[in-house]
Design a binder for this molecule. Structure first.
Ligand SMILES: *[C@@H]1O[C@H](CO)[C@@H](O)[C@H](O)[C@H]1NC(C)=O
Ligand SMILES: *[C@@H]1O[C@H](CO)[C@@H](O)[C@H](O)[C@H]1NC(C)=O
Ligand SMILES: *[C@@H]1O[C@H](CO)[C@@H](O)[C@H](O)[C@H]1NC(C)=O
Ligand SMILES: *[C@@H]1O[C@H](CO)[C@@H](O)[C@H](O)[C@H]1NC(C)=O
Ligand SMILES: *[C@@H]1O[C@H](CO)[C@@H](O)[C@H](O)[C@H]1NC(C)=O
Ligand SMILES: *[C@@H]1O[C@H](CO)[C@@H](O)[C@H](O)[C@H]1NC(C)=O
Ligand SMILES: *[C@@H]1O[C@H](CO)[C@@H](O)[C@H](O)[C@H]1NC(C)=O
Ligand SMILES: *[C@@H]1O[C@H](CO)[C@@H](O)[C@H](O)[C@H]1NC(C)=O
Length: 285
């Protein structure tokens, strides 16, 4: 694209809105969408036909929901459409499928005539464009979320260090793994654990994934008890509660001793704190 522009949006949601968001169906908790109205196509266009082909392919029965990632392409330039989905790495194929099925319909409600679209849910992301978006690092589509509860001031330094070390370790693990996903826990206090999760789209190289995650992690707040930064190519999140399914994560063992099965504690479901969608920014490059 020719012009380079950046926008910073500030939006504040009431607690009520936030509770409504977190009370939605667990298979598809909508977070945010970006579809610039400078990229519209016309009603019965070839683009729409190609888009429908791509979305049908992504949400088809044969899609590899167990890997949590799929891409599809249809048509020729300038009406060529490339689309992909990414499901959170701990989710079952069934939950992934339901989120994608919802997303391919929901996108027409949120972005009825835009070529360039990304829709984020807690469980999955759907993205498509007339540009070649595959195997290409994109740090656009950036979005912050944070828990509005502050870390106690006398624990700030300790918390910040723990978030940084946990998330950076997870980023290295994710970049080196085929699925480009990792989740880790660490002890914060005797009673509270930190849970971190990072993920790239698995079409990225190791280097691009690591670079993306480092940028994402650098945007995380560390004075809040939970935060995330989501972009086109990767995302990172930490909380003081188990927001992902710990049983679904294979815990990597250190190289020297042979891998042994590790029994994870049962997933407890404490009430989810309200999320405040804070500062939202995105960049076209
Ligand atoms: C695009 O969105 C901007 C900001 O929301 C609005 O001011 C503008 O009128 C819109 N343009 C079109 C063509 O819809
Ligand atoms: C994609 O669409 C945008 C406008 O919607 C256009 O500026 C751009 O040139 C298109 N890219 C390709 C590869 O066709
Ligand atoms: C799309 O095509 C149908 C029939 O082919 C026509 O009735 C309708 O008016 C068209 N819509 C647009 C927006 O061109
Ligand atoms: C798709 O969205 C429309 C509009 O919100 C809704 O009426 C319809 O039931 C949805 N279809 C599916 C299959 O979810
Ligand atoms: C968190 O701290 C900020 C100032 O650092 C303050 O403005 C805000 O009200 C605090 N939030 C809560 C929920 O206590
Ligand atoms: C957390 O602390 C417990 C004991 O207090 C220990 O068994 C466990 O290995 C620690 N977990 C991590 C991730 O360090
Ligand atoms: C895109 O999808 C095709 C068909 O499923 C697959 O063969 C290819 O490896 C995928 N490309 C990437 C970059 O994931
Ligand atoms: C968590 O993952 C395990 C192992 O994949 C699975 O058996 C279990 O049903 C999952 N729990 C939830 C709540 O999704």
């Amino acid at each position: 694209m020719s012009s380079r522009a950046s926008f910073i949006f500030l939006c504040f949601f009431s607690f009520l809105t936030c509770f409504k968001v977190s009370a939605q169906n667990q298979d598809h908790t909508y977070l945010y969408h970006i579809c610039p109205n400078t990229t519209t196509y016309s009603g019965n266009s070839t683009y729409l036909t190609n888009l429908r082909t791509v979305l049908a392919s992504l949400s088809s029965r044969n899609s590899p929901y167990s890997t949590g990632f799929q891409n599809a392409t249809a048509g020729k330039a300038p009406d060529r459409v490339t689309g992909l989905f990414l499901c959170r790495g701990d989710l079952s194929p069934e939950v992934c499928r339901r989120c994608v099925t919802f997303a391919v319909n929901d996108t027409f409600n949120r972005c009825p005539k835009e070529r360039v679209v990304v829709v984020y849910y807690d469980e999955c992301m759907l993205r498509y464009s007339n540009e070649s978006i595959l195997s290409t690092l994109s740090t656009g589509g950036g979005m912050y979320m944070w828990n509005n509860q502050n870390v106690t001031s006398n624990q700030l330094d300790q918390f910040k260090d723990l978030v940084a070390s946990t998330m950076n370790q997870a980023a290295t693990e994710a970049a080196n793994s085929p699925r480009k996903f990792s989740a880790r826990t660490a002890n914060f206090t005797r009673l509270r654990s930190l849970y971190g999760l990072v993920q790239c789209t698995p079409d990225l190289t190791r280097q691009d994934c690591l670079s993306c995650l480092q940028q994402s992690i650098n945007q995380l707040p560390t004075d809040k008890i939970g935060g995330r930064f989501i972009m086109h190519s990767c995302n990172s999140r930490y909380e003081l509660y188990a927001f992902y399914n710990e049983s679904a994560i294979t815990i990597p063992s250190p190289p020297p001793p042979p891998p042994r099965p590790v029994s994870a504690p049962p997933v407890s479901a404490p009430p989810r704190p309200a999320m405040l969608i804070g500062k939202v920014s995105f960049f076209f490059v």
